[in-house]
Design a protein around this ligand. Structure first.
Ligand code: C2E
Ligand code: MG
Ligand code: MG
Ligand code: MG
Length: 292
């Protein structure tokens, strides 16, 4: 339909559209102005290294404070931003904001930290994504290995040359690559032969109910072994209970992430969390390790 800011026109479409369609329309049409008006912000979820009990990486998760609808989650608006193309400038903002936060942390002495950023396929197709990344890293004076890009399996199943080339170029720069929501893409995992990746993030749906959930336990153990045999690091996502954490540690996952370790945090709370974590992380791990 035709976009118009005329009042009468607005009334007409309002009466003919369902609530869901109206909501989508509002989101579609306010993406651009929201980006200008800084209505987006990032939350950061720590990822803990099981060996050290310390945060190795934190993941950027976008939030939208929509002027009409209030807080909107990425599961609702990322798809829309991909359709409209706004994901390209939005994704660039996420990258640069994430690197800015990482730089602050490095400057405050935490040079071991990395940031992981979710990227959409549309961003990879956009011209010179690899160059955008390299100039941002240069701008912030950060080592490429301190940035991890999270892509989903569905982006890799078709063996698209353009995507493979961009990912290979990024990796040649030293940027890390992870497969997000691993196991949910109902795809062949043969892309693991073609493309070298650094990290597999096992989806939360396989973690739920461990160790009692037998199918999940079998699948998770197999995925962890596969990753390790291929020299790929494993992160288990969505750990919500201490039973799940204990099971995952037994299965030798390298890193863990989830509400049980930490909720996604504001930048201020991330700084507090990191400043207090030595004690906290050790306490968490002490639960699960046999006394020395
Ligand atoms: P994801 O990358 O798989 O991120 C994990 C999601 O699970 C996040 O939801 C996080 O808040 C949530 N989560 C973390 N731990 C737990 C847990 O223990 N239990 C439960 N129930 N949930 C947990 P969120 O922030 O709503 O993001 C949803 C998805 O939106 C992300 O899934 C990612 O695919 C996408 N997304 C988020 N930020 C961005 C972004 O900047 N760019 C792009 N392209 N996608 C993004
Ligand atoms: Mg992710
Ligand atoms: Mg995920
Ligand atoms: Mg997910």
């Amino acid at each position: 339909f035709v976009k118009s800011s005329g009042k009468d026109h607005f009334k007409i479409f309002e009466s003919n559209l369902s609530e869901k369609e109206k909501r989508k329309f509002i989101l579609q049409t306010s993406l651009e102005s929201s980006l200008k008006n800084k209505a987006f912000y990032l939350m950061y979820q720590p990822r803990m290294d099981v060996q050290t009990g310390r945060t190795s990486t934190f993941e950027s998760l976008i939030r939208w404070d929509n002027p009409e609808l209030g807080l909107v989650n990425p599961s609702e608006f990322i798809k829309i931003a991909e359709e409209t193309g706004d994901i390209v400038p939005l994704g660039e903002w996420v990258l640069s904001e994430s690197l800015r936060t990482l730089k602050h942390l490095h400057l405050s002495g935490m040079k071991h930290l990395k940031v992981s950023v979710n990227v959409s396929v549309r961003q990879l197709y956009h011209s010179h994504f690899d160059q955008t990344i390299s100039s941002m890293l240069q701008q912030y004076q950060l080592p490429p290995s301190s940035l991890e890009l999270e892509v989903t399996e569905s982006m890799l199943i078709n063996d698209d040359q353009e995507i493979s080339n961009v990912l290979k170029s990024l990796r040649a720069q030293g940027v890390c690559l992870s497969i997000d929501d691993f196991g949910t893409g109902n795809s062949s995992i043969s892309y693991l032969k073609r493309l070298s990746v650094d990290v597999l993030k096992i989806d939360r749906s396989f973690i739920t109910g461990l160790p009692g959930a037998k199918e999940n336990a079998a699948i998770t153990a197999a995925m962890i072994n596969l990753a390790h045999d291929l020299n790929i690091k494993v992160v288990c996502e969505g750990i919500e209970t201490k039973e799940e954490l204990a099971a995952i540690i037994k299965m030798n996952s390298d890193e863990v992430q989830g509400y049980f370790i930490s909720y996604p945090l504001s930048k201020e709370d991330l700084f507090l969390f990191l400043n207090n974590e030595t004690v906290k992380g050790r306490k968490l791990l002490d639960h699960f390790k046999p006394p020395a």
